[in-house]
Write a protein that binds this ligand. Structure first.
Ligand code: SAH
Length: 215
């Protein structure tokens, strides 16, 4: 599959990185990661010519891959260091998962749509991305068995901040979560001690909703 990652795609990625810089993304490690990842291989081939535009696209099961700007913005807020244990809620296409792998995080990612879960579990190793664990389940609960995390990123719009996610952060750990209906406001929570969290808000974004478990 990697043979379908040509110099043409490389050039398109360079332009995307320039666009993200122009839009205010400054985190060089995140920009480098986006410059490396073959985003077109995370999408249906019919979208290939648009894969490096700053757009969201359908990925099946009524879900979308997030805009590159959104992925870059959330990834920057996480401030991932190599070896960090990071939990992602909403694996979807696996593109954000790949960014976290490029940042050398130990990635755990939860997806509630079985169709997407299965497809992405197959795709990532083909592209040489090896998250620690992909989990089919409900992200509202986090992943208690692997907690605490250095950071948690929610890639769907949450109607409220799930308590379990805050509880599963290390002291100093960061939760990046879009909160609200449409649009959502990007929130960053940092755990300052066992009981306290600081909160910052970062403007409007649009995500598909974080859904309650069907079961
Ligand atoms: N990170 C993804 C974004 C996909 S869109 C990407 O880069 O492609 C958000 C994803 O969150 C969808 O795949 C959706 O099925 C999933 N999702 C929604 N509610 C969820 C929940 N409660 N638990 C886990 N995943 C959920």
């Amino acid at each position: 599959m990697l043979q379908n990652n040509t110099t043409k795609h490389h050039g398109m990625r360079r332009n995307l990185v320039t666009e993200l810089k122009n839009k205010g993304i400054t985190d060089t490690l995140v920009l480098e990661a986006i410059g490396k990842i073959p985003r077109h291989l995370f999408l249906d081939s019919s979208f290939e010519s648009h894969a490096y535009q700053n757009k969201a696209f359908p990925i099946g099961a009524d879900q979308t891959i997030s805009h590159p700007y959104t992925v870059a913005f959330q990834s920057s807020l996480l401030q991932v260091k190599p070896g960090d244990k990071v939990l992602e809620i909403g694996t979807g296409s696996g593109y954000q998962t790949a960014v976290l792998c490029e940042l050398k995080a130990l990635v755990f990612s939860i997806e509630r749509q079985n169709e997407l879960f299965k497809a992405t579990k197959k795709l990532l190793p083909k592209l040489n991305y090896y998250p620690k664990e992909l989990i089919f389940g409900d992200g509202y609960k986090g992943l208690l068995s692997k907690a605490p995390f250095d950071s948690i990123v929610v890639t769907a719009g949450a109607p409220f901040v799930p308590k379990d996610l805050l509880a599963q952060l290390k002291i100093g750990g960061r939760l990046v979560i879009p909160v609200g209906k449409d649009p959502q406001i990007m929130h960053l929570y940092v755990r300052t001690n066992s009981k306290k969290f600081s909160k910052q808000e970062f403007g409007e974004f649009r995500f598909v909703p974080l859904l309650e478990d069907k079961n």
